[in-house]
Write a protein that binds this ligand. Structure first.
Ligand SMILES: Nc1ncnc2c1ncn2[C@@H]1O[C@H](COP(=O)(O)OP(=O)(O)OP(=O)(O)O)[C@@H](O)[C@H]1O
Ligand SMILES: [Mg+2]
Length: 590
């Protein structure tokens, strides 16, 4: 037998069944005496209700745990027992289309957090299992044993779990099973359609791959200026009301991921409810099913117990890795990682740990790194290609970008999509600023576009960024000396900057035509603005007065993004030609 897997930590000493006794309760912090054989991060069941808790410190005779539920009513002397395993998520066919709490307990139909209790291992549902392998075969971790037909458009593949390998001795076929019924025996070990995995441990893979293909999001400012590769990481820092949630939800709806895991972490519950209703209405163009059916929602909104928030982003990451292992591109979104960090801070201050920056625990940076590190484009244990892309919103208090959560996050992510209050006030949405944002994937994505038949993508992007930066440099000068004092070419840069912002970067989440935008239309819009810019420059060079160029009617350029459908390139090209012809006439007239 091979090495024991983290999940087999499960098997470790359930002799920890020794009876413990609660001796102190302070909010989510509980101290227990009398437990033996307890290890760090083991799950405890606390009190008569069996509240789920996780061991965070062990001393002789005394165990400290963080409880994931309200501790109201819990008293000294209440019982406590160890489950003898770390906090684990039940991964199986019930996930897609479902809504769960931070410990992956289903919320649909029955709000578990109102009736606290221990973690259940069986959803009680039954699944059909169709074998895809036959007995006698040698199977290893990641071997596809078969599939579970689900209503979702994503095929649910049942894999041999990590750590299990050997001869496929027996396999069921065409049967109805529950989550825990055996469907195969591999190397003497029973395998079910669902498996338990400790959420704080990254699921193993064979190799990491270079990032290359973009995760297209349908949002122009991202895809054109700050693209993210599949398997990369991004942070979305932004002050109050600057559009973090809307941006993340746009990615949920329109990105070309196979599976989306959305972790609602300490944010407003009604927003999440609205988003769910939206997803249940919208159709996935690829499968014809609703978008909700490719989505797993993990909800720990502000009205729910604070500590489960701390676990929720690891739970979400584990679910994303589970689908990655099936060979899918999974995207994990967390709104907001700042609320998650607040849960860390709340607990560490109660446990009397020495606070570091702004009261956050000293381990904040490593906790953030450990989370983002789990993303990647990988070769799975079964030899498939899969990816987890992680995107987290950050809400710096008072918009202060130097505060610890924002500052540490910036160090660990490959893309920064920084939201700007001034742009949001000006109703320039998405309010992503080109000053502070970056993408370390732009070069690889440029090469990908070139191989997809868009060789001009990288050059157009560079030019757009240069024009935006130059226009921003000139704007204060105009305020100082007036527009008339600037040379014609510089005035044209200002015009081009405005066109880029209005015709390309602005994109309303509420527009029927423009909520999402195909890469071809994105490229056509950008190319149109750059062509108009070039034509204006040549008019200036011909001696046309700058004011004549500025006053020409360019509203058609800014309107077309909304008038043409999401992949209607022809209308954009037609508009470009009309505007260029009109500008040419302008040159002939003067
Ligand atoms: N892409 C967009 N298109 C249209 N409107 C937008 C867009 N982005 C943001 N908005 C507007 O901005 C408002 C606030 O956005 P949102 O709720 O996403 O902000 P937030 O940063 O998540 O705020 P909070 O800090 O309170 O969580 C939205 O209700 C919407 O009116
Ligand atoms: Mg929000």
């Amino acid at each position: 037998m091979g090495l024991s897997t983290p999940a087999e930590g499960v098997a470790r000493a359930t002799q920890g069944g020794s009876a413990g006794r609660v001796v102190r309760v302070s909010g989510p912090l509980v101290e227990v005496e009398g437990l033996e054989h307890v290890a760090m991060l083991d799950v405890l069941a606390i009190g008569h209700a069996g509240l789920a808790a996780e061991v965070v410190s062990v001393r002789p005779g005394l165990v400290t745990a963080q409880v994931y539920e309200y501790t109201g009513g819990l008293g000294v002397g209440d019982p406590a027992a160890s489950q003898g395993r770390p906090l684990s998520a039940q991964l199986g066919p019930s996930l897609l289309g479902g809504v769960f709490d931070g410990l992956l307990r289903p919320l649909t139909g029955r709000p578990v957090w109102l009736t606290p209790g221990s973690l259940e291992e069986n959803t009680g549902k039954t699944w059909g299992f169709v074998a895809g392998s036959s007995p006698g075969q040698v199977a290893g971790p990641g071997t596809v044993l078969g599939t579970v037909p689900t209503p979702s458009g994503v095929e649910h593949r049942v894999l041999v779990p990590p750590g299990v390998s050997g001869n496929l001795e027996w396999i069921a076929d065409d049967v109805e099973v529950t989550d825990t019924d055996t469907i195969a025996i591999v190397g003497g070990r029973e395998v079910a359609v669902s498996e338990l995995w400790p959420v704080r441990t990254a699921r193993p893979m064979r190799a990491r791959r270079e990032l290359s293909a973009p995760l297209l999001t349908g949002q122009r400012v991202l895809d054109l200026l700050f693209p993210i590769a599949k398997g990369a990481t991004a942070a979305v820092p932004g002050g109050f009301g600057t559009g973090k949630t809307v941006l993340l939800q746009q990615i949920v709806k329109w990105s070309e991921a196979d599976v989306i895991v959305f972790v609602g972490c300490g944010e407003r519950g009604n927003e999440l409810a609205d988003a769910l209703a939206d997803l249940a209405d919208l159709e996935d163009p690829r499968t014809g099913l609703t978008l909700l059916e490719r989505t797993v929602v993990i909800a720990n909104t502000s009205n729910m117990p604070v500590m489960a928030r701390e676990a929720s982003i690891y739970t979400g990451m584990t679910v994303a890795e589970f689908y990655r292992d099936m060979g899918y591109d999974a995207v994990l979104l967390a709104d907001s990682t700042s609320r998650w960090a607040e849960a860390l801070r709340e607990f560490s201050s109660r446990s009397g740990a020495l606070p570091a920056e702004e009261g956050y625990p000293a381990g904040l940076a490593s906790a953030l790194a450990a989370f983002y590190e789990r993303s990647g484009q990988v070769e799975t244990l079964g030899g498939k290609e899969g990816s987890v892309t992680a995107i987290g919103a950050v809400s710096p208090p008072g918009g202060d970008m130097t505060e610890p959560v924002t500052a540490h996050t910036e160090r660990f992510v490959r893309c920064l999509w920084s939201l700007d209050r001034d742009l949001a006030y000006a109703r320039h949405y998405p309010a992503i600023t080109w000053h502070r944002s970056f993408s370390r994937d732009a070069e690889a994505v440029g090469a990908w576009h070139a191989s997809a038949g868009r060789p001009g993508w990288a050059a157009d992007r560079a030019r757009a960024i240069a024009v935006l930066a130059e226009a921003d440099r000139l704007a204060p000068m105009v305020e100082l000396v007036g527009l008339a004092a600037l040379p014609g070419r510089e005035r044209t840069v200002l015009l081009a900057g405005r066109l880029l912002r209005e015709a390309v970067l602005q994109q309303s989440a509420l527009s029927a035509n423009d909520a999402t935008c195909a890469p071809q239309k994105q490229a056509a819009l950008l190319e149109m603005v750059l062509a108009v810019y070039d034509r204006c420059l040549s008019l200036i060079d011909q001696g046309v007065a700058p004011s004549v160029v500025e006053e020409s009617d360019l509203s058609g350029v800014t309107r077309v993004r909304d008038e043409a459908g999401p992949d209607d390139v022809a209308s954009v090209e037609q508009r470009r030609d009309e505007v260029l012809t009109a500008l040419e006439k302008l040159g002939e007239l003067s």
